[in-house]
Design a binder for this molecule. Structure first.
Ligand code: GDP
Ligand code: MG
Length: 163
């Protein structure tokens, strides 16, 4: 059985970096698949022996008339409804922001299997943000460094029971 994971969170936390790491360079991205706009990138992900579809919520950086918050809410809801599992990412170095709290509220209401990932956790700079993120009410965060490939085994252990 295969499953799907949506990576959601505010801009710049590292969602696409993790997406690229899970999908790898050799696997094609399906940008122009019907029903999947440029705003939601889909790829075939792998982690250890797990195989899954990954959905990246992109396109939030593009300027439009719609407010960033409205756009984030709409895209996140779509991604969450498409996916079996939702990986909610925060930037542990930045700590918990009001936008993160907005996301957490959407996800607590809407998503089936949500888990929290505290990205940019390499070194000690993410320690305070990691601790702070327990307050989001989504359980214990997985500490990751998408850029440096750290925490991937913990990510595997978090995904395995949900798969
Ligand atoms: P997105 O907007 O959530 O998709 O974020 P991106 O993946 O585009 O990353 C935003 C910025 O954060 C980029 O400059 C990345 O290089 C950086 N970044 C991503 N992951 C990490 C990480 O684990 N540690 C650090 N220090 N920076 C990261
Ligand atoms: Mg991105």
């Amino acid at each position: 059985m295969t499953f799907s994971i949506a990576i959601v969170g505010r801009p710049n936390v590292g969602k696409s970096t993790l997406f690229n790491r899970l999908v790898g360079k050799k696997l094609a991205l399906v940008d122009d698949q019907p029903g999947v706009t440029r705003d939601l990138r889909e790829g075939e992900g792998r982690l250890g022996d797990l195989r899954f579809t990954v959905i990246d919520t992109a396109g939030l950086e593009e300027a439009t008339d719609e407010s960033l918050q409205g756009r984030m809410r709409r895209l996140t809801e779509r991604a969450v409804d498409m996916a079996d599992i939702c990986l909610f990412m925060i930037d542990a170095r930045a700590g918990v922001t009001p936008l993160d709290e907005m996301f957490a509220e959407i996800l607590r209401k809407r998503a089936k299997n949500v888990f929290l990932a505290a990205n940019k956790s390499e070194g000690h700079a993410g320690e305070a943000g990691y601790l702070e993120s327990f307050s989001l009410g989504l359980g214990e965060p997985v500490r990751l460094s998408a850029e440096h490939g750290e925490g991937m085994h913990d990510l595997y252990l978090a995904l395995m029971p949900l798969a």
